[in-house]
Write a protein of this length. Structure first.
Length: 306
């Protein structure tokens, strides 16, 4: 009797996976990281600045209320009747500590570095304050450094601070002079010779002088008659926005009483003043922090009369 045939077992077939359909993504439609990062950073800086500005305004107002409650009344303050030097002399010792946090979160240090990094040759920094720009100078780019300020207390703070940077500038002449920025064009050496510079710098000083136009003209006069000479400015003043300007205006007298700074100055109008445009070419203006921070590069006109 024949044996029954065993059923033939087929080997298992590998399962076939159907490819998952992939959407046809256009590379151009993918979000770009850099604009998002930059946009987020700008939004962060704007929000941070606004928060700090509102806080300072409330703080200045509270200080003003306390002063009035103590029986002290102020007449209306104006650049013509209020010398901010008295304020700077008073706050010089604590100034760095008071503003360090604000400058850190607002990225002011980065703006200082960008600006000061352009300094070269014989350099004059007016309204140098406590020397917050010292760390940003490139020793191999400068021949000499002259720092001036109208406040003797601020200048002493700067001299003391520079000791930690002096080893970097052994090949450069470094001097400190007490001088008003509005008279800086008549600056002379110890033997009476006029001093002229390749780079003239001011950071957050025009807000404190009585006449910013005269101050700028003084800087122009301090420049060498050279096509390479530059004026570098980092200032703060009026905003792009009316609501913020209203806040600055409302608290201007209170702020200057505490910080020696007219923070509501319209620097675009200053740059467009006929006396300035006659002597100075503005090459670049960048505005930060809702338009209140001005980063400016300018040069003396070849036909300047100063």
């Amino acid at each position: 009797m024949a044996k029954p045939k065993r059923p033939i077992r087929m080997p298992p077939q590998p399962s076939v996976l159907k490819p998952i359909p992939v959407a046809n993504v256009n590379p151009r439609s993918r979000p770009k990281v850099l604009p998002l990062v930059v946009g987020g950073a700008l939004l962060y800086l704007g929000a941070t600045y606004t928060t700090m500005l509102v806080y300072k305004s409330k703080q200045d107002t509270q200080n003003d209320i306390e002063r009035r409650e103590s029986g002290v009344e102020d007449s209306e303050l104006t650049p013509g009747n209020f010398d901010t030097t008295t304020i700077w002399n008073k706050i010089a010792g604590d100034y760095d500590k008071e503003i360090a946090t604000d400058e850190f979160w607002m990225g002011i240090g980065l703006l200082r570095r960008w600006l000061i990094g352009k300094a070269k040759g014989d350099v004059l920094e007016v309204s140098a304050g406590t020397g917050r720009n010292f760390e940003h100078y490139k020793s191999d780019h400068v021949t000499s450094l002259t720092f001036t300020d109208k406040s003797p207390s601020m200048l002493e703070e700067a001299k003391s601070k520079f000791e930690q940077y002096s080893d970097n500038f052994k090949k450069a002449f470094v001097g400190f002079k007490r001088a008003d920025v509005q008279e800086i064009g008549s600056l002379t050496t110890d033997d009476g010779k006029p001093m002229k510079f390749d780079t003239v710098i001011d950071t957050f000083g025009l807000c404190s002088c009585s006449d910013p136009v005269e101050a700028i003209l003084g800087m122009v006069n301090a420049c060498k008659d050279s096509d390479d000479a530059r004026i570098l400015l980092l200032e703060h003043g009026r905003s792009h926005y009316d609501w913020l300007n209203s806040l600055l205006d409302k608290n201007a007298d209170k702020h200057v009483s505490k910080w020696g700074c007219w923070w509501n100055r319209d620097f675009m109008s200053v740059f467009e003043d006929e006396r300035v445009t006659r002597e100075l070419d503005i090459e670049k203006v960048s505005r930060w922090h809702l338009g209140t921070t001005y980063y400016v590069i300018a040069k003396k006109k070849s036909n300047s009369t100063t």
